[in-house]
Design a protein around this ligand. Structure first.
Ligand code: CAA
Length: 699
């Protein structure tokens, strides 16, 4: 292993280079070595200027995520930053790559910051439920002012070097390499031709605009969103403290706020979500096989799903051939692509020039022969097994060797489609839960015969599309729809028992979902689910409790928002629905028909049943081997199911609630309806061994 920190001393300039691939994370070993190197440079009388630089692809991208949630090891980052900030010798931070979190805080402690073009800088701590705890909340507003500092810290989003220069966050954007520029500056300083202040000299420079500072603090407080998330409020408190308290007390204030936040369940859930997404994207196939190269894509089917997929592929830089059964359908499909592009331009997500460039990369055809050169073909025809089987049989004949054949199906058995293609190793599922452009999640469905390199290609494609990928096995609905359906079923039982759609939706919004299940169904349209239920009606087990309220609504033409009525009434045609006495009467009639008597259902019970249903379905997905690990289920529900991120997902929330509590709830509920509520076996196994779902996240 190479040294994580190296020092080179040359003509009075000590260059301390951090070298901890891949992203120079500020782990314990690096911190210890850095402290020793920095103290040595301070003690060495021949050293007059210190340059901090990083080897490899980036300046430190923050704390080491491997140390998240572990007991802290000295020296900690605040000590490092304090040592740099009190240096009597000028310190230049030479930045490149992604200067994030603790990495930016280290840079803020230096007297001068130079960055290469292409560098991005940010403080993403808020997204982890914490705040910059190594002096960042104090040094940043003093350097660039309270308003932009709050903007950076409350959004958590990175900015480009040029913007950082405008804000005064860095002192120069240097062509030809930040380290080289830093060396040039250090030499000029030593030659007496340039100034090089220490951090202390710089901080003492100017008095802050107290009025502007306090009004920025007040405006930020007034704009605070979710009161369940404590970090934004504490960041604002710290920025206020940076004005009102003496410097040392400000750091102490920040330290206390950091310690308080890091221990909250919200921060634990956000850390879990962060790690879970990275785990989901990491594949453990033997030898980490390489993905196949994808340049040209084909999409079969120009309906809303196919057009959405085509637009996503174009956006990822691929050329796309859209295939439809005849010229009329093809023209309609291409028109859908044009409309999606138009909307993206209107919303500022795409420049008109980029749209032209993307449009130049799409072509249309009515013959599968046009797909002979495609590296990837995505089937997105209607959910009809016979039709999809035929498409895969045709693709198996026309596609070139090693082309990846993907299906966007939600329900048809991927293994049967793979068999129809006669090349199951090339077949994969790419499932988007919701509209392609609006959903961050891609379920990569791996069939019995899918080759590892094809799985790797699915994951690489997701990254190119800017989506979070989760691996799912083959089953009806995959991970996302299985969990969402379990949630809806549990809520439907409660409708019949006595709750109203409005009460259920409100209870789930209070839990943190942006929308309740019935609001969601009204937006998505009730007819899709209805058609599917009708298709499956013959296969339904008559012994299972079946709530027909959704069917009755559809029979009455209440297809949701688009029809002006669904579970709610939409007098304005859209927007927020209002409670409709007709729906309440319909629910009461269904209840009566089953001989049930309405009972009072409280918000707490709604939430308990919702969580128990989701987590139990997750447990079943684990037992069936459909999901690799509990955190993959969490990622699906966070990225695609609207589950509040600060609760970490249903499996994390089950851990936090206590497995015994939820297992006992399930047992109680199972007395009413065993087939749905029976606890999966895994609950007892975990409880018996003193484990939690988190203990299964070892991939
Ligand atoms: N610690 C340890 N390893 C890290 C890491 C970190 N902070 N960030 C990334 N890595 C690792 C990844 O796990 C990955 O490793 P493998 O190749 O072995 O899987 C490798 O670096 C490359 O990462 P990506 O595939 O994500 O590469 P990318 O080029 O797409 O993105 C990145 C690079 C922008 C730095 C991205 O990895 C990222 O956003 N990382 C997290 C940054 C972050 O949030 N840091 C913590 C800030 S909080 C903080 O610092 C405050 C504090 O003190 C507590």
């Amino acid at each position: 292993m190479t040294e994580q920190v190296r020092t080179a001393i040359n003509e009075g300039i000590a260059t301390i280079t951090l070298d901890n691939p891949p992203v120079n994370a500020l782990g314990a070993a690096l911190r210890g070595a850095f402290m020793a190197a920095f103290e040595a440079a301070m003690a060495d009388p021949s050293v007059r200027v210190v340059i901090l630089a990083a080897a490899g692809r980036t300046w430190p991208a923050g704390a080491d995520i491997g140390e998240f949630g572990r007991p802290p090891v000295a020296p900690q980052l605040p000590e490092l930053c304090a040592a740099v900030a009190r240096s009597a010798k000028p310190v230049i931070a030479a930045l490149h790559g992604t200067v994030l979190g603790g990495g930016l805080e280290l840079a803020l402690a230096a007297g001068v910051r130079l960055a290469e073009p292409g560098t991005t800088l940010g403080l993403p701590e808020v997204s982890l439920g914490i705040l910059p705890g190594a002096g960042g909340t104090q040094r940043l507003p003093r350097l660039i002012g309270a308003k932009p500092a709050l903007g950076l810290m409350l959004s958590g989003l990175p900015i480009a070097a040029e913007r950082a220069l405008d804000l005064g966050l860095i002192d120069a954007v240097s062509e030809g390499g930040a380290a080289t520029a830093a060396e040039g500056l250090a030499r000029a300083y030593l030659a007496g031709t340039a100034e090089l202040p220490t951090a202390a000299e710089r901080a003492g420079g100017r008095a802050p605009d107290a009025e502007g500072w306090l009004s920025a603090v007040a405006a930020a407080r007034a704009g605070l969103g979710n009161p369940r998330l404590p970090a934004p409020g504490r960041i604002i408190d710290c920025v206020e403290a940076a004005l009102l308290l003496p410097e040392d007390e400000g750091f102490v204030f920040e330290g206390a706020a950091f310690a308080e936040l890091v221990a909250t369940p919200e921060a634990a859930a956000l850390r879990h979500a962060f790690l879970a997404e990275r785990r989901a994207m990491r594949q453990n196939d033997p030898g980490r096989v390489a993905a196949r190269e994808i340049h040209r894509a084909g999409v079969v089917g120009g309906g809303p799903l196919g057009a959405g997929i085509a637009v996503a592929l174009l956006g990822a830089g691929l050329s796309v051939t859209l295939v439809e059964r005849d010229q009329t359908a093809l023209a309609a499909g291409l028109a859908r692509v044009a409309t999606l592009h138009e909307r993206a331009v209107e919303k500022g997500r795409l420049t008109p020039e980029a749209r032209e460039a993307e449009w130049a990369r799409i072509s249309g055809a009515t013959d599968f022969g046009a797909l002979a050169t495609a590296d990837l073909i995505v089937e997105a025809v209607p959910e009809d097994e016979a039709l999809k089987t035929q498409v895969f049989a045709d693709l198996g004949r026309v596609a070139k060797r090693k082309a990846v054949l993907a299906t966007a199906t939600s329900h048809v058995d991927l293994n049967r489609l793979a068999a129809a293609s006669s090349r199951p190793e090339d077949v994969i599922g790419l499932h988007v839960l919701g509209p392609v452009q609006g959903t961050k999640l891609l379920e990569v469905v791996v069939g019995a015969g899918t080759a590892p390199e094809v799985t790797a290609t699915g994951f690489a494609l997701a990254k190119r599309l800017g989506k979070i990928a989760v691996r799912s096995g083959v089953c009806d609905g995959f991970i996302g729809n299985r969990v969402l359906n379990a949630w809806r079923t549990a809520m439907d039982f409660l409708l019949e028992d006595g709750a109203t759609p409005c009460e259920i939706d409100r209870a789930m919004r209070e839990f943190g979902f942006p929308l309740g299940p019935y609001q969601g169904l009204d937006i998505a349209g009730l007819d899709l689910g209805w058609a599917r239920r009708k298709r499956l009606s013959l296969r339904r087990d008559p012994a299972r409790r079946y709530v027909a309220i959704g069917d009755r609504l559809c029979e009455a033409g209440r297809f949701g928002q688009k029809a002006g009525k669904g579970y709610y009434l939409y007098p304005e045609g859209g927007g927020k629905g209002v409670e409709d006495p007709e729906v309440l009467a319909l629910i009461a009639a269904e209840r009566q028909a089953k001989g049930l008597v309405a009972r009072k259902v409280g918000a707490e019970e709604i939430r308990r049943r919702a969580l128990a249903a989701m987590a139990n379905e997750g447990a079943r997905l684990l037992e069936e081997g459909i999901a690799r690990c509990p955190s993959d289920i969490d990622v699906v529900m966070l990225a695609g199911g609207g589950f509040p991120r600060w609760r970490g997902g249903p499996m994390m929330a089950a851990d936090q609630a206590g497995l015994l509590v939820i297992r006992n709830d399930l047992r109680d509920f199972a007395r009413e309806e065993d087939a749905f509520w029976r606890p999966a076996v895994i609950w007892d196994e975990l409880i018996k061994n003193g484990l939690a779902f988190a203990d299964l996240n070892r991939i």
